[in-house]
Design a protein around this ligand. Structure first.
Ligand SMILES: NC(=O)c1ccc[n+]([C@@H]2O[C@H](COP(=O)([O-])OP(=O)(O)OC[C@H]3O[C@@H](n4cnc5c(N)ncnc54)[C@H](OP(=O)(O)O)[C@@H]3O)[C@@H](O)[C@H]2O)c1
Length: 304
């Protein structure tokens, strides 16, 4: 039986990855933080290991005997670069041959550094992972998670507007449901031949098609709204960044959301080819209706 250690197992995505791995017959080690109480509960067959993420030796205990380490950690430099580095070192010292880093983003192999702080941190970690001679990494790139659509900088619910920057309301954007990302990640973890990058999407939409889908979902007339030019959003990001006294400390400042909006509006949010079919019918890809359905009340609630 394949053993998989999951870091960030108590998180939104991590807990789903644990459940999906277990459903597929893997032996799962759920790594949780020492001394941190969490509301996440695991089935009795999941081995829950408390680890001190500041200690490589503690992490070695948590990954020992596994064939894959899956990271679903969330954070900034201290987590994405520093904690994942210790996890990687622990995996290397325990001869774990495979590692799935906590990437789960738009396909940022298609553009260079300097355009998105959160993705730059992941790139920085890639330098380390790709230098490890005995560990094969697989990054899962599923586009935007569906719930990001409820963020006010992507959809203005009160005005029933899907927002975009630049001159094109028909730029493709990949969206994935959390369950699809979790299932695909679990399958990739169990797939010894998984390549360095796997690009997937539950659905690919444009601001125009999204407005149509939201109209169908809510019965309200959603349309697109151009927020400004690409130069304007880039200028806005630069100004906000200059004004931020500690740009490395806050996970979701407004300028970081705008960086994603800039990346997407520039055409980096939709990949040309997807690896959706790699596991056949084992992933039931959600349709746009299914992707949006859980958030119906959010699209209606702020309508007044
Ligand atoms: N593409 C998208 O649109 C999108 C959207 C959201 C998230 N994501 C990505 O998906 C991944 C997982 O995110 P999520 O939403 O599942 O995050 P989450 O629910 O906040 O879970 C994060 C996990 O990381 C653990 N963690 C946080 N800080 C830690 C630290 N300093 N040391 C050890 N463990 C720590 C948490 O442990 P505790 O439970 O103990 O706090 C939790 O298990 C991240 O890479 C995130 O960027 C992508």
């Amino acid at each position: 039986m394949v053993q998989v250690s999951v870091a960030g197992a108590s998180g939104n995505l991590g807990s789903r990855i644990v459940a999906s791995l277990q459903a597929r017959g893997a032996s799962v080690v759920a790594i949780v933080r020492t001394g941190k109480t969490s509301s996440t509960t695991f089935p009795p067959t999941v081995k829950v290991v408390e680890a001190d993420y500041a200690s490589v030796s503690s992490l070695r205990d948590a990954v020992r005997g596994s064939q894959v380490v899956v990271s679903a950690l969330q954070g900034l430099r201290p987590v994405i670069v520093e904690t994942q580095s210790r996890l990687l070192q622990a995996a290397a010292e325990e001869s774990v041959p495979r590692f799935i880093p906590s990437d789960y983003a738009i396909d940022f192999t298609t553009f260079g550094p300097g355009r998105n702080r959160n993705l730059d941190l992941r790139r920085e970690f890639w330098q380390q992972i790709d230098e490890q001679p005995n560990i094969r990494a697989t990054s899962i790139l599923p586009g935007a998670f569906a719930f990001t659509l409820t963020m006010p900088w992507f959809v203005d619910v009160a005005q029933a507007k899907v927002l975009y920057w630049g001159d094109n309301a028909d730029v493709a954007i990949d969206y994935s449901s959390l369950d699809n990302v979790a299932d695909y990640t679990a399958l990739a973890a169990l797939d010894d031949d998984a390549p360095r990058y796997l690009r997937v999407a539950s659905t690919t939409q444009t601001p125009t098609t999204l407005a149509v889908a939201l109209s169908r979902l809510t019965g309200r007339q959603f349309t697109t709204k151009r927020e400004g030019s690409l130069d304007e959003i880039r200028g806005k990001i630069a100004t906000l960044l200059q004004q931020d006294p500690s740009p490395g400390d806050n996970l979701r400042p407004y300028w970081q959301a705008l960086q994603f909006a800039e990346n997407i509006s520039s055409g980096f949010g939709g990949t040309k080819t997807h690896d959706n079919d790699r596991y056949g019918s084992q992933v039931k890809w959600a349709t746009i209706e299914e992707v949006l359905a859980p958030f119906k009340s959010a699209f209606l609630a702020r309508a007044g």
